[in-house]
Structures are given as C-alpha cells and as structure tokens.
Ligand binder design. Structure first.
Ligand SMILES: O=C(O)CCC(=O)C(=O)O
Ligand SMILES: [Fe+2]
Length: 338
C-alpha cells in the first residue's frame, strides 16, 4: 500500500498569517519526524521552471555517449561533477549488505549528471559546451540557486519548529559550498530484471546532506521505508508535477542526534501495473537538490540535542563525512581534501 503524505502548502510564507506559518512548521516537522519525508506544494519554484528543467535533463541524456563522456565525473574526488554512466554508482555499497538486498555486484540502473555551486573553484563544475546545449548551464545554475533558497527557507522553518534560533541550520550552509544538484535518468528496463532481484534503479540509501528536494514526474518507482515494518518499503506516488518531496538526510540526523532520523529510500519499478508497458519498465527522470553543510562545519550533534542523552555521532567535518560516503558509493578511494 502506498503512503499518503499530507500535501503541505508553502504559500503561507507569501500570503498567510503568523499562525498558518507556525502550523506549516509543526506539520513539516511531524512529517519529517514520523516518515523522514514531507511533501510540499505551492513552493517558490514554479511549474514552468520545473517543466523546463526536466526538458534540460532530457536534452543532456539524449546526447551521444562520446559527448557525455567529455564531461565524465571523476569518482576519485569527494564531490560528483558531470556525467556518471549507467552502473557507475553503487548505492548498494552503502547499506545493501546490512539490509540483505542484491549483492556486491549490484550497481544502480541509472545515469546521472551532477553540478555544485556555480562559483566552486575547489571542485569545478563540468559543462557541455553552449554550442551543443544552448542555455543548459544557465538554466541549471538558476535552478540550483532557486533550490538553495527554498532549502534555506525550509531549514529556517524547521529550526523554528524545533524551538531553536531560526538560523541554527542555515548558518552552517551559509557559504553554499557543498550543495549538489542531480539529474537522474533511469533507462527503460525489462520488468523481469526487477522481479529476479538483479537490479534496482537506486538501491536503498540515505541522502548525505541536510534536506534533499526531489522533483519527479508521474511515473512511479520511489519507495520509502515503512517505519512500522523496518526493512520493508512503500511507494510514495507523485500526485502533481510541481510537488516537491523533502527528505531528511544523514547530516540532519547527525546534527539532531537522531531526533530527526534520516529517511531510507530506493527507486525501483512502479507499483502500478498499468505503468509497465509490454513487459518493459519505461524510462524515468528525476531531479534532486542535496542541500549540504559547508565543508569545514562539523556534522556532529548540536549541544541542544545532547542534554540528558547519549551522543550518537562523532564530530567530523562535512567534507570528511562526504569523502567517506562517496568512497562507499563508488567502491573507490576518494582523494582527501580539506
Ligand atoms: O528518483 C527519485 O525519485 C529519487 C532520487 C534519489 O533518491 C536520489 O537521487 O538520491
Ligand atoms: Fe536519494
């Protein structure tokens, strides 16, 4: 059975009263606490912008392999930049063994394109030339900035709902150094590969950052852990193309000493039979904005969450944490950078 998360209406931050904003914050916190996820509508990123950015994703992935290869990601660096071919990422490496899914040869049945902050000189972005994809870079940079702003608003709302100063989380993402925007493309696959347990579009994982904003089209496939039955997954259908799904990532789990546990999720075949066409699972696209802590900030628990409670996480910097997670995803040694 699918989970129906309440649709939270963010227009209250434009036109609503103080009470409506507080009520949004309380519901947002409850949904994140109970499920690790929340669904938001009437957020600041317009339907047109979302439609346009999916168009950009389609244009990029339909380029010939040799052009995509010209902006290939280097898995030895801490942050992903550019194109990762189908099978490059092995999300299985993060939790597959513990959860008993797949095996160590299981890679993700997807290709992706990642970019970070427009002005990042430490891990520069990789762009296809403007002659090949006119306006691609500009549109993606705009979407990155819009998403960074929306994430900051949500982090402020969340801190306020937790009775903390509103800037508690945003002051740790203020340099906007580490957030990443990702285009995912899941090519068409025979259904039988899913049924035989050979593949997953993305194996069960937690995102690494604070909050993730996910944009999807209607085709299903995203499933979240059913916290009443740990280790089992339930679909979260996309009810409207401008809906934004917000995910609690590992950094927020660590900062709150597990007061807000991260949301385990995976991408697999759609749960509705009518979405399978002649034994084939159609191609699917999604877009994720991972709002991540600035590089030298600690991802250990805040003092507020340690009063009278056992410390669950060590104090390490966000960049060190990112390196360890990236290494597990690619099964390779990431270069140490500070
Ligand atoms: O495709 C989706 O719906 C979710 C994507 C996701 O979980 C990710 O990119 O980390
Ligand atoms: Fe994810």
């Amino acid at each position: 059975m699918a989970v129906q998360l309440e649709l939270l209406d963010m227009s209250v931050f434009k036109t609503g009263s103080e009470d409506e904003r507080r009520s949004f914050g309380d519901k947002f916190l409850k949904s994140l606490k109970d499920h690790g996820f929340a669904k938001i509508v009437n957020h600041p990123i317009s339907k047109d912008k979302i439609g346009n950015i999916f168009q950009q994703a389609r244009s990029f992935f339909s380029l010939p392999l040799e052009i995509k290869g010209g902006v290939a990601d280097d898995p030895n660096t801490a942050f992903q930049r550019g194109w990762s071919h189908v099978g490059a990422e092995k999300t299985w490496g993060l939790h597959g063994e513990r959860l008993g899914f797949g095996d160590q040869n299981s890679s993700d049945s997807k290709e992706n394109f990642d970019h970070g902050a427009p002005d990042d000189t430490q891990f520069p972005n990789k762009w296809p030339s403007d002659k090949i994809l006119p306006g691609y870079r500009q549109k993606l940079e705009e979407f990155y900035n819009d998403s960074a702003l929306a994430s900051k608003t949500l982090l402020e709302v969340l801190a306020t709902a937790l009775n903390m100063p509103s800037s508690s989380f945003t002051s740790r993402v203020a340099l906007n150094q580490s957030s990443t925007m990702r285009f995912n493309h899941f090519p068409e696959v025979p259904l039988k590969h899913f049924e035989q347990g050979e593949i997953c579009r993305i194996w069960p994982h937690f995102d690494f950052g604070t909050l993730t904003l996910v944009f999807r089209e209607s085709l299903g496939g995203l499933e979240i852990e059913d916290r009443k039955n740990p280790g089992s997954f339930v679909p979260v259908p996309c009810e409207s193309s401008d809906e934004m799904l917000v995910t609690v990532g590992e950094t927020l789990e660590r900062w709150t000493n597990k007061e807000l546990p991260a949301g385990l999720h995976r991408v697999t075949k759609p749960h509705l039979d009518e979405e399978i066409v002649n034994g084939l699972v159609p191609e699917r696209y999604s877009i994720a904005f991972f709002c991540k802590a600035d590089r030298n900030v600690s991802v250990g628990p805040f003092d507020e969450f340690l009063v009278g409670r056992e410390r669950k996480f060590e104090d390490i910097t966000a960049i060190q944490y990112q390196e360890t997670r990236n290494r597990a995803t690619y099964d390779k040694v990431a270069v140490a950078t500070t």
